[in-house]
Design a protein around this ligand. Structure first.
Ligand SMILES: Cc1cc2nc3c(=O)[nH]c(=O)nc-3n(C[C@H](O)[C@H](O)[C@H](O)COP(=O)(O)OP(=O)(O)OC[C@H]3O[C@@H](n4cnc5c(N)ncnc54)[C@H](O)[C@@H]3O)c2cc1C
Length: 347
């Protein structure tokens, strides 16, 4: 009997299955091959400074070092570059924004310097800029390399998970003819089709991004103004992203391309060329925290989801906390426990 079936190999399923394999568990990941999932479209930015109010991100002092250590271990096993520490060159659109930033981040360990001028030749930066210590997860390396690693160990079944083929037994499950102690669903926005966890309040939102070429512009920094510019290859950048809660379809749109291009033009002094456009749905919960744990009536079924805008920073630590809970009965932090939504089952 398998210990765990993990449904989905986005960043959530990748990190959970990684920790379980490291702990010696017998697992099988079931994932359908879909190119435009959040984890395949995201830039993988890890930014300590969150939102327009410049707060230091939730639990960042624990989350960042844990993510760094986990991705470094994955790099050593998968032999590919995954975790790249990058300065985030943050350009303020107004002096007021800079004052707000200075007030909030004064003495922060994550602010390396303020008031300098990098890239004057390339960027509109009339107001000052600051350097924030961030990172970038190379999802385009991590996801396929980890998939190959799973395949090599016969731990991956490339298929759509079909709920009609899942049988719940008293203390385990059988999927098709595969018995397992537990199934953990890491389906991202695909959870909308999951009949067991419909009580979790999700607020999925669509995000779009561009891929651009900026001739002559070479940097290893992430650059932030109203949009983020993330280096992907020499002269090539990911530009994102938009937020949309009410969307008629999942395809990239001309309207969001225009929004992103406006951000590019407010930032870049030099010509650029759009070479691609991407769109995907972020799996966010209404309280913007991950959700992890077992079903109250069917403890053979679990969930790990709700990564929202921050899958790359949140998944390593929260997946490990879920594993500790599953294997060693260690209580997870209240903010991520599925229990916080149990009262919705009574409603
Ligand atoms: C435009 C954009 C930019 C972003 N930028 C960043 C960023 O810079 N930094 C950051 O940290 N986060 C970013 N995010 C958010 C990040 O992408 C998400 O937090 C994260 O990818 C969610 O991962 P997940 O594994 O939960 O879901 P997903 O990535 O959606 O993965 C779910 C997986 O489950 C599979 N699946 C679903 N249902 C089934 C089924 N029935 N059977 C089999 N397989 C199934 C899917 O095919 C998929 O592989 C961004 C998101 C978007 C859209």
């Amino acid at each position: 009997m398998k210990d765990y079936l993990i449904i989905g190999q986005g960043i959530a399923g990748t990190l959970l299955s990684w920790h379980l394999l490291q702990a010696g568990k017998d697992i099988l990941v079931i994932d359908e091959i879909r190119p435009h999932t959040a984890s395949r479209v995201a830039a993988g930015i890890i930014n300590p400074v969150s939102g327009r109010r410049f707060e230091i991100a939730w639990e960042y002092d624990r989350i960042f070092p844990f993510a760094q250590q986990t991705y470094r271990a994955m790099e050593a096993t998968l032999h590919t570059e995954i975790f790249v520490e990058r300065d985030i060159w943050t350009v303020f659109p107004s002096p007021q924004m800079q004052q707000a930033f200075d007030a909030k981040t004064h003495n922060s360990a994550y602010i390396l310097a303020a008031g300098q001028h990098r890239y004057a030749e390339f960027l509109h930066q009339e107001h000052s800029a600051a350097i924030i210590k961030g990172a970038n997860v190379q999802l385009q390396n991590l996801l396929p390399a980890y998939r190959a690693y799973l395949l090599q160990r016969q731990c991956l079944y490339e298929n759509v998970f079909d709920f009609a083929q899942l049988q719940l037994k008293e203390d385990h499950v059988v999927y098709q003819d595969i018995p397992a102690r537990c199934v953990i669903f890491c389906e991202g926005p695909g959870i909308a089709r999951n009949p067991y966890f419909s009580f979790i309040p999700f607020l999925p939102n669509k995000g779009e991004a561009l891929q651009i070429k900026v001739p002559g512009f070479h940097t290893t920094d992430i650059i932030k103004k109203s949009i983020m510019l993330v280096p992907q290859a020499p002269e090539h950048f990911w530009v994102g992203s938009t937020f949309e809660w009410d969307y008629p379809h999942l395809e990239p749109t001309a309207a969001k391309r225009a929004v992103l291009e406006q951000g590019v033009q407010q930032l870049l002094k030099v010509p650029y060329e759009v070479v691609g456009q991407l769109a995907a749905v972020r799996p966010s919960t209404t309280d913007r925290r991950p959700v992890a744990g077992l079903h109250p009536q069917h403890p053979q079924l679990g969930v790990f989801n709700g990564m929202g805008t921050k899958g790359c920073s949140l998944a390593p630590l929260t997946a490990w906390q879920l594993m500790q809970c599953l294997e060693n009965q260690v209580e997870m932090p209240a903010e991520i426990q599925i229990k916080r939504f149990f009262n919705r089952l009574k409603a």
